[in-house]
Design a protein around this ligand. Structure first.
Ligand SMILES: NC(=O)c1ccc[n+]([C@@H]2O[C@H](COP(=O)([O-])OP(=O)(O)OC[C@H]3O[C@@H](n4cnc5c(N)ncnc54)[C@H](O)[C@@H]3O)[C@@H](O)[C@H]2O)c1
Length: 270
């Protein structure tokens, strides 16, 4: 443990070039984390964030690549070397408008399953891993599909479940429901190593992911209007909760989902 009670080791942020990932990395640095491994498919944006954090005194490594590449988890472990992980915030993901259904399933769920398997034994005592899900997982879904996606993935991964999620609008919430189920299932294996596994479900947040989607969606606009906050969220608001969840103060927050959505889900009646 460090002097302030934080776990020893590297803070990994995936999707670090994105809206919430970059906000998480900056917030971790502001809270005193000083050793980073930043991951994203966009090398350029990743490097500019890394430079900012280095200028603040942090030691930063970057891993540019596709989390869904079968070799990605090994590349992550190679970049980590012999070091332990103090915090993992996994935000890399695709929204419904960004890809077809099979790609959404692979990036959002298969890659997350592989990541959890890869890091489990490398989590430091007192560490935490926060996986990004979505408030859309609280909306109704076809029961047969929901059951399949909350069960352990079959040997062939989501490819074997593709018929249950034929369009992006279904693949997205089902993939994120799978992430929440993964957290419930695997939290004990993390707990046995002194680490916490948890998910965060953002509502509508103002990031590059939503810049085209939300302004053009009347249902999303209505959800936001009717909600307790009455507005879209800022990436920093979700990052603050995510970083809190990685901190020792959140030591009993584990194996569950944290809905950080400004009341959007409640406004939908769920
Ligand atoms: N923005 C929202 O309203 C919202 C709502 C609910 C859930 N989420 C979830 O929050 C997470 C972060 O979303 P965001 O809004 O910051 O999105 P974003 O698009 O700003 O950032 C996501 C980042 O992930 C990276 N990425 C995507 N696919 C990748 C891959 N295959 N390999 C490596 N990196 C990859 C992108 O390059 C991008 O930098 C996502 O998992 C998303 O599904 C977002």
């Amino acid at each position: 443990m460090m002097g302030d009670g934080r776990a020893e080791g590297v803070a990994i942020v995936t999707g670090a070039a994105g809206g919430m990932g970059s906000a998480c990395a900056r917030k971790l640095a502001a809270e005193g984390w000083d050793e980073f491994l930043l991951c994203d498919i966009h090398a350029g944006r990743l490097e500019s964030l890394a430079d900012d954090l280095r200028a603040g005194g942090a030691q930063v490594d970057v891993l540019a690549g596709d989390v869904a590449d079968p070799g990605w988890a090994d590349a992550l472990l190679a970049a980590l070397g012999s070091r332990k992980i103090s915090a993992l915030i996994h935000t890399a993901g695709l929204a419904p408008m960004m890809a077809d259904a099979p790609r959404i399933l692979v990036v959002n769920l298969d890659a997350t399953v592989a990541l959890v398997d890869a890091v489990r034994d490398r989590m430091a005592a007192g560490s935490a891993a926060v996986l990004y899900a979505s408030n859309s997982t609280y909306f109704p879904m076809p029961p047969e599909a929901a059951e399949a996606f909350t069960s352990p993935l079959p040997p062939g991964g989501t490819a074997q479940l593709a018929h249950l999620a034929p369009v992006p609008e279904l693949a997205y919430p089902l993939s994120k429901l799978g992430v929440r189920a993964l957290v419930k299932r695997e939290a004990k294996s993390f707990g046995d190593r002194g680490s916490r596994l948890i998910s965060v479900s953002p509502g509508a947040i103002d990031t590059p992911m939503t810049k085209d989607e939300i302004p053009n969606s009347e249902p999303a606009q209505k959800m936001i209007r009717d909600s307790a906050s009455g507005r879209i969220g800022r990436p920093e608001e979700v990052a603050a909760v995510s970083v809190f969840l990685c901190s020792p103060e959140a030591s009993f927050a584990v194996a569950t989902d944290w809905l950080v959505d400004g009341g959007h889900t409640a406004a939908m009646g769920f």
